[in-house]
Design a protein around this ligand. Structure first.
Ligand code: ZN
Ligand code: MN
Length: 489
């Protein structure tokens, strides 16, 4: 029982994501937006180098992708929005400002439905706006041992969108689950690769702590430098714990920005409120405000594909599966496509159950074992379709199919492979009868038990007979033969 004076705390988390948009060119110039493999400073022009007099032009495709995202996130799209300069000085920002959006963003007031801890959740989306990326700094030691910093501006001006979530998350797990769902959504609508390792999907979070009775409220702490979903959850858990400890012993939690130090597993103070940037936002004078027509909004909305949450809900109703199973099968669009392709039209719930079991238990297991990417499976839909059909036709036992699966070559017919590996069901009546006779001869106790009325003893006889056929006998058929033999005499 906690002491009466002990405070109960509540955690408040909000997410902020920067995602790189899947466009060919940069946000305000015609340079290629692909900076992954290009030699440093090869995809640059006066605009993204920030040279005096160069004028930006808005990338239409980037606006459209941002709109798609906003609509997929159930946002409102105001009829009018504008671009603003966010001013700060850093060597990777040649213009001395970023062209972003401040008080009038492209999309506002949406939400994302996701699942966390088996519960359906709704995460509010404050806004989605467009902005541009900065260049990259490379820190090196030169031949004399001196420290040098090199600037690569290929990434300067690459289209980004910033997605700001409402501070309505209550735990690190929930924050992680919403992020995973958001990445999935962006990938499903072709807005971004969502690749965390390559920096195409970057997440910051803010976390604050308050007493549930409202008597104590800590400052808002912004956390940066989290480079994986695991890092997000770990960093937030650390921060939640740190803040609760401070408040529990009567100390305060100052408002500040902290960085996640992955190797040490702690967050470290980067700057306090006093050192916070003043970005001196003002409207971008070189670009006109944007009017978004209702027709354009309707057209983009109509072009949206089925979203992950919708597909998940459809799987539950159409195939009669659990939320968890539907979530697993729709976590990657290509896995969901595979599942539906294997099933084909007019599938029954029973068919869906069989294909879902093979996909979730066997194929995803094999995928992990082989270290395949999360959206790639070891066999094709046509192969699984044939495998399931062969089992249903009694040509292959489930046990033999499981043995066959990891030995199946790419695009090889499962029936042909089963024949090659001598795994096809034993169809020879005489051979099956011989296996039954042998079994009864070597297991007289089980035979006696069964005949005395202990019918469960048939299990042992069944197992033994199947073993004698090298696992190739259909259990149903062996059971029928055994029962007949046991009742004879
Ligand atoms: Zn350029
Ligand atoms: Mn930003």
């Amino acid at each position: 029982m906690p002491a009466a004076t002990e405070l109960a705390f509540e955690t408040v988390i909000g997410l902020e994501v920067h995602a790189q948009l899947l466009t060919r060119s940069k946000m305000y110039c015609a340079c290629s937006a692909d900076y992954a493999d290009a030699p440093p400073n090869s995809h640059v022009c006066p605009v993204c180098l920030g040279l005096p007099g160069a004028l930006p032009v808005i990338n239409r495709a980037a606006i459209e992708i941002c709109l798609r995202t906003g609509l997929a996130l159930n946002c409102l799209v105001p009829a009018y929005c504008k671009l603003d300069r966010k001013n700060y000085v850093y060597p990777d920002l040649p213009k001395g400002y970023q062209i972003s959006q401040y008080d009038l963003p492209l999309c506002v007031s949406g939400y994302l439905l996701f699942e966390s801890g088996g519960q359906a959740r709704r995460g509010g989306i404050t806004r989605v706006h467009i902005e541009e990326d900065t260049g990259r700094l490379l820190h090196r030691t030169d031949l004399d041992g001196g420290e040098v910093s090199l600037v690569d501006l290929n990434r300067s001006g690459v289209p980004l969108m910033e997605i700001v979530g409402d501070p309505d998350l209550r735990s690190p797990e929930e924050a992680r689950d919403e992020l995973v769902a958001l990445r999935q959504l962006l990938r499903s609508i072709g807005a971004s690769t969502g690749n965390l390792e390559e920096g195409a999907f970057r997440c910051d979070a803010n976390l604050s702590t308050r007493a549930t009775d409202g008597s104590v409220v800590g400052g808002k702490v912004e956390i940066k430098n989290m480079n994986s979903f695991r890092a997000v959850e770990r960093a937030l858990r650390f921060e939640e714990h740190r803040q609760r400890e401070l408040l529990a012993r009567g100390a305060s939690v100052p408002q500040e920005t902290r960085g996640w130090a992955e190797a040490r597993g702690v967050t470290v103070s980067q700057r306090t409120k006093e050192q916070a940037h003043d970005y001196r936002y003002f409207p971008e004078p070189d670009l006109p405000p944007l009017s978004i027509s209702r027709e354009q909004v309707a057209a983009v909305r109509a072009s949206l594909p089925e979203l992950p949450a919708q597909r998940r809900a459809r799987f539950v109703t159409q195939f009669g599966m659990s939320d968890t199973e539907a979530a697993l099968l729709t976590s990657e669009p290509r896995i969901a496509d595979f599942f539906e392709e294997t099933l084909g039209p007019n599938a029954t719930h029973a068919d869906a159950r069989v294909v879902a079991n093979w996909t979730v238990n066997d194929l995803l297991g094999l995928q992990r074992e082989r270290g395949l990417p999360p959206d790639e499976l070891p066999i094709t839909a046509a192969q699984l379709k044939e495998l399931v059909a062969a089992i249903q036709a009694g040509e292959l036992t489930a046990r033999a199919a499981k043995e066959l699966l990891p030995r199946l070559e790419r695009a090889e017919s499962p029936r042909a492979a089963a024949a090659r590996l001598n795994l096809l069901s034993l169809d020879d009546e005489a051979a099956l009868a011989a296996a039954v006779r042998e079994t009864m001869a070597v297991c007289p106790e089980a035979v006696a038990d069964y005949r005395k009325g202990k019918t469960v003893a048939i299990g042992r006889l069944l197992g033994e007979t199947i073993k004698r056929t090298g696992g190739r006998a259909s259990p149903d058929r062996v059971r029928r033969l055994l029962e007949r033999a046991l009742h004879e005499e």
